[in-house]
Write a protein that binds this ligand. Structure first.
Ligand code: MG
Length: 158
């Protein structure tokens, strides 16, 4: 078994869609990024890549690569899940926390799990927790959002 940890944060700006866990969430602002800025998917990707011992998200999806410009991060996640299987591992468990002051995300968690399941992570192998930052710091001031994730990979029996 292998374990990996992931973290990401993105700036919140006007004029962008808010995409979290592959779900388009109605809100006045969205996350700035080379891709769609989906912090949850990025934290999950880094947790998986960490467990693989294969570097970090920037190695696979450099922000200079036009292929991933405005890309759906859930597609990046799908790509990493495919790499994981090609390396002989299965995702045994993913746990995650998304931290956003607004909007309230709890009601979107099931849709996020469904979107992530389409990327190849089984619905029963992921947990998503939504928290606020109690008004503190950059998240509390609604300047950005962050996400943490932990991944457990299991080597497939041969
Ligand atoms: Mg990111």
């Amino acid at each position: 078994m292998r374990v990996g940890v992931g973290y990401d944060s993105h700036r919140l700006v006007k004029g962008r869609k808010l995409i979290l866990g592959g779900v388009d969430i109605p809100f006045g602002k969205g996350l700035l990024g080379h891709s769609d800025g989906d912090v949850l998917c990025h934290a999950l990707i880094d947790a998986i890549i960490g467990a693989l011992g294969a570097g970090d998200i920037g190695k696979y999806f450099p922000d200079t690569d036009p292929r991933w410009k405005d890309a759906a991060s859930v597609e990046m996640l799908k790509y990493v899940v495919e790499i994981t299987r090609a390396c002989g591992f299965e995702i045994a468990w993913l746990d995650s926390v998304v931290i956003a002051e607004r909007p309230r995300l709890a009601s979107h968690v099931d849709s996020m799990k469904a979107a992530i399941a389409k990327a190849g992570v089984p619905h029963g192998s992921i947990n998503i927790k939504a928290k606020t930052n109690e008004g503190m710091g950059f998240i509390g001031r609604e300047e950005g959002m962050a996400a943490h994730a932990v991944c457990l990979l299991e080597k497939r029996a041969v």
